[in-house]
Design a protein around this ligand. Structure first.
Ligand SMILES: Cc1ncc(COP(=O)(O)O)c(C=O)c1O
Length: 315
C-alpha cells in the first residue's frame, strides 16, 4: 500500500498496473484480479479488473490496469492504452499465485523501459523474493526499480513492512520536508521490537544462509522431478531461490490463467495435501513451500518421499 501511495504522490497519477493473479496484500488496488476466475477474467487482450473483497469501490477497480504475466505484446497494448495515467507498474518477479516461476528477463526489461518512457515508476514487490539472492530476486535481472516493497523475513519473525527506493521518490515520505506529499505513520511504524528483531536478522542474513536455503530448494525440486518421473503422474514443479510449488499439471504454467487450478485439480490436490498432513507435513493449499535455515537434507528427503507416496495415490 505504501509503495503504491508513494508512486501516486510522486507522479500525481491515479492508476496502477499489476499482473493478473498476483498477490500484493489487502489494499483495494493491490488485490484486484488476484482471484480472477475463467468466468470473470475476461479476454487475454484486456483482462477484467476483478474484485476480491465484497464492497470494493468501482473506482478502485477502474484505476487498476491488469496485464498478463510474461506477455510483452499484450502488456504493451494495455499499458499504452493507459499512457500518462499510470503511477506505477507493480511487479513481483516470481509471483506465487501466478505459478511461482521467475519472470522472463525480456518481460522485466520491457516493463523497466516502458515505465521509464512513460514517466511511471517500476515498483518491485520483494516481500517474498527478497530471500532469492543476497540482493533479492532483482539480482537475476539487469534492472533497478524505482521502489521496492519488503516484508516477511526482514522482520526476524515479527510483523514488518518496509519501502526503499530512489532518493527523489522516497522524499515524498520525508516528515521533515516543507510539504510532505505522502504523510506516513501508524501504530506499527518503527515498532522497537520489530526493528530490533529485524536488525539482528539482517545482520545474520548472509550469502552463506542464502546458499544453504537455495540448495535445499534445489534438492527438493530435483527430488520432486524424479518422483514425478518415477510415478508417471502428470505434474510439475516450479520455483526459484528457496521456494517451490507443485502443480498437478503436465507443463509448468507461464501465467495466472495457465496456473489456475481447475476444480478437478483442486480435488486431487486436497487428497495430496491430506496425505502429506498424515505424513507429518502441513502445506499451504497451493502445495508451495519456503525453505528455512533450520531445515536439513533429511527433512527435504522425507518431504519428497511423502510427495512421491501422494503422487502414487492420486495418479
Ligand atoms: C508477495 C507479497 N506481497 C505483499 C504481501 C503483503 O504484505 P503485507 O501483509 O505486509 O501487506 C504478501 C504477504 O503475504 C506477499 O506474499
Amino acid at each position: 500500500m505504501g509503495a503504491i501511495k508513494a508512486a501516486r504522490a510522486f507522479t500525481g497519477r491515479p492508476k496502477i498496473a499489476k499482473v493478473e493473479g498476483a498477490y500484493h496484500g489487502l489494499y483495494d488496488y493491490a488485490e484486484v484480479s488476484q482471484t480472477a476466475k475463467p468466468e470473470s477474467w475476461g479476454k487475454k487482450d484486456k483482462p477484467t479488473s476483478v474484485p476480491v473483497a465484497h464492497g470494493i469501490p468501482a473506482k478502485a477497480l477502474s484505476d487498476v490496469v491488469v496485464i498478463p504475466f510474461n506477455d510483452i505484446e499484450r502488456a504493451r497494448a494495455i499499458l499504452d492504452a493507459n499512457k500518462d495515467e499510470i503511477a506505477c507498474v507493480l511487479l513481483d518477479l516470481m509471483p506465487h499465485r501466478v505459478g511461482l516461476r521467475p519472470a522472463e528477463a525480456d518481460f522485466v526489461e520491457f516493463l523497466r523501459e516502458w515505465t521509464t518512457k512513460d514517466d511511471a515508476l517500476l515498483v518491485l514487490d520483494k516481500v517474498i523474493t527478497f530471500r532469492s539472492t543476497y540482493g533479492g530476486a532483482q539480482g537475476w535481472y539487469n534492472i533497478a526499480p524505482d521502489l521496492t516493497a519488503m516484508g516477511k523475513m526482514i522482520g526476524g519473525g515479527f510483523p514488518v513492512g518496509a519501502i526503499a527506493g530512489r532518493k527523489e521518490v522516497m522524499e515524498v515520505m520525508n516528515p521533515l520536508a516543507d510539504k510532505v506529499l505522502f504523510p506516513h505513520s501508524g501504530t506499527f511504524s518503527a515498532n522497537p521490537v520489530t526493528m530490533t528483531a529485524g536488525l539482528v536478522s539482517m545482520i545474520d542474513f548472509d550469502e552463506e544462509a542464502i546458499d544453504q536455503v537455495n540448495a535445499l530448494a534445489t534438492r527438493a525440486i530435483d527430488g520432486i522431478n524424479e518422483a514425478i518421473a518415477e510415478t508417471g503422474i502428470k505434474a510439475c514443479v516450479t520455483g526459484g531461490g528457496s521456494v517451490f510449488r507443485v502443480h498437478l499439471k503436465e507443463h509448468p504454467p507461464h501465467n495466472y490463467r495457465e496456473a489456475y487450478t481447475t476444480p478437478e485439480e483442486n480435488a486431487r490436490l486436497v487428497v495430496l495435501l491430506d496425505h502429506l498432513f498424515d505424513e507429518g507435513f502441513l502445506m499451504i493449499n497451493t502445495c508451495a513451500a519456503v525453505m528455512a535455515t533450520s531445515l536439513r537434507n533429511t527433512e527435504i528427503d522425507a518431504l519428497v518421499a511423502a510427495l512421491k507416496g501422494g503422487f502414487a495415490k492420486i495418479k
